[in-house]
Write a protein that binds this ligand. Sequence first.
Ligand code: SAH
Ligand code: SF4
Length: 344
Amino acid sequence: MKQDIKSRTTEQLQEEFSLLSLPRFRAGQVYAWLHQKGERSFEEMTNLPKALRDQLAETCVITAPTVARKQVSALDGTRKYLWELSDGNCIETVLMQYHHGNTVCISSQVGCRMGCAFCATGLAGLSRSLTAQEMVDQVLHVSRDFGERVTSVVFMGQGEPFANFDNTVEALRMLNDPEGLAIGARHLTVSTCGVIPGIRRFAELPEQFTLAISLHSAIQTTRNQLMPGVKKFTLLRLHEAIQEYVEKTGRRPTYEFAMIDGINDTNPEMQALVDFCAGTLCHVNLIQLNDIPDSPFRPSPIEKVEALQRRLTMHGVETTIRNSRGGDIDAACGQLKQRRFRAR
Ligand code: SAH
Ligand code: SF4
């Protein structure tokens, strides 16, 4: 059987190459083709001798997802990729261009088990978790297809990263690897719906990765309805775990708050959010809920979003209103769907 060459570290490649009496630097060249350029064919590795390319092609395979569909937003150029994985499962990845660089939003699972009531991914359930390489491949191949460097990555596509903790951390380290895509740790952001054991483990990592928490309500009963999958991780304990994270790391977490008409945009909801945040190190991102099919929830009017921003700012809480991107191609937050069948 042919070997999966992408699963090898540089050291392993060097060792294997030296057993074949090949110079060590060839291993580094092959590694760069695979992990920096996302090359899919040995034939195209033009700085290698032809004999080596042929030898590799005979003994190894290069695993990579295939593009099942690609859409470009007419509104803002946001691109959405539907990938087919080796087992036929499909996942989505989104590329957003900003003046400061390119951000890729990747999936950490095929679907999601958390069942948040406002999220298209959550409504369809979980198929399986992704491997670290499957997470990294999304960035590698979007970058290759688009022909530009990716400057930041957010784990905000399909799935709950902390329900797939070890693979997520492995993917973060691969993305950060100077011999790979070399994306700065601070530019790698993981978003969780509030899985406390994950937050605690994340706080122990030596790297400066960024943490975002989907809050959506600071009132327990509302949050239970919106996010039933994290009911057991109460707001009180969540607040505690986040403050410990801040003390330990000195890093500033972000709260995501999608405003839903009549649900989390009322006076008591706004006050509860202010109370949750005031006096702590944090940044709040407000967005208007994105519409998803068959949902009873509607976005709050923009005036409410602005009112909440003023209120938070007044209490010293830094707050940004985010515009959703790629709404016309269902690429916006929460719109990524679980696809049960092969997309052809
Ligand atoms: N599972 C993780 C990461 C993926 S979701 C998490 O929940 O944090 C990325 C973000 O989109 C989360 O903040 C999520 O709550 C938000 N989101 C989900 N559905 C949405 C919708 N319909 N409108 C706006 N944001 C939504
Ligand atoms: Fe899962 Fe996040 Fe969607 Fe909730 S919001 S269902 S945790 S992907």
